[in-house]
Design a protein around this ligand. Sequence first.
Ligand code: AMP
Ligand code: MG
Length: 403
Amino acid sequence: MQSVDSYRDEIIGALTPLAAAEISLTDADGAVLAADVTTAWPLPGFDNSAMDGYAVMAADVQTASEDNPVTLPVTAEVAAGDTTGRALASGRTIKIMTGALLPADADAVVPVEWTDGGSDTVTITRPAEKGHAVRRTGDDAMPGDLLLTAGTRLGPAQIGVLAAAGHGSVLAHRRPRAAVISTGNELSEPGSPLVPGLIWDSNSYMLASAARAAGCDVIRHAVVRDDPAAVLAAIELAAATADLLITSGGVSMGGEHDAVKAALSILGTVAFRKVAMQPGMPQGFGLLGSPPHTPIFTLPGNPVSALVSFRVFVEPAVRALQNLSAERLAPRRSKLAAPASSPAGRRSFLRGVFDPRAGTVTPLTGQGSHQIASMARANVLIIVPEEVTALKAGVEVDILDIP
Ligand code: AMP
Ligand code: MG
């Protein structure tokens, strides 16, 4: 049997990141920057008002008070989007809205709340310091400043700053397109009537969700029967529009019903392994087609095995396709709240409930690899190392977060 770490290293070593390409902002969500991004312009790009009020020279209103208000003529009005360059004369004001271009020579904005809100003249009851309610050119970023570094996964704030700096597109690794295929004669569609001997296909929905949560665009394909020719045809079709294929089922120890193994063994580019883990021992990984190859993961059919395999092998691979390290997926430490056991020679991934307040983790009962209900109650996987068969309550353990 191969160790979990060496199998994962082999997979990551075989993957090439998706080619970086110019990606439009509308499609950049979840993409990973392939180059640093700087701004060519100052942010903000011009002095502007932070409030609705009156642009003034601060010296003209420095004596203003409730008892001794200052009244000044209003010579113009400027709103956000008005590109007319205006200049302010001493002893006058220009009515100004939030985001509007500050008139030349104005050095403060008196908020409308400190005035009578007048249109021809305005009566001001409080002084405004120089710079009050003024957003200065470049106070957020200056031309040439680094906004985002290569390797940043783009989320709302990152996309916001790209747009604010005028970038319509960025050089990035796109979200990988994952194709998900369930195999098995026993599978029927959730929502259809229950037939004894058949089960509803959970894996394709579950793995599609996992792939989406990992940052992929997902195509979930129809269930494929346990027929090597049908499996091969489905895989070839799916590979045409995907950067990564994920199948489930049909890779057990090589029985005649293991159609995925039978179909892909012919190609010779997919290796089937026994990995020293529980659940998830039977694994397959390889590359399909000509360069750039399409990686394929053939996950075992038991739902818990499939999801654990996704977390341990596929998720780091998704990151590698976007040229990201798997660091963020590393385990963290917790304390066992109850004893746990595990077979010798295999790394166990036990379903557990992590209590963030106590900082402890409790293994769930029902650790069978078909027991998806207990998986749905878990929020972490507890890792029991290969050489350990029993853990006492109170010991420190590694845990993996699950989506
Ligand atoms: P296999 O890996 O095909 O030998 O399947 C192992 C176990 O997982 C069997 O009990 C299957 O019925 C079950 N199984 C396989 N595929 C799925 C699926 N898509 N959804 C739920 N259970 C599955
Ligand atoms: Mg099967």
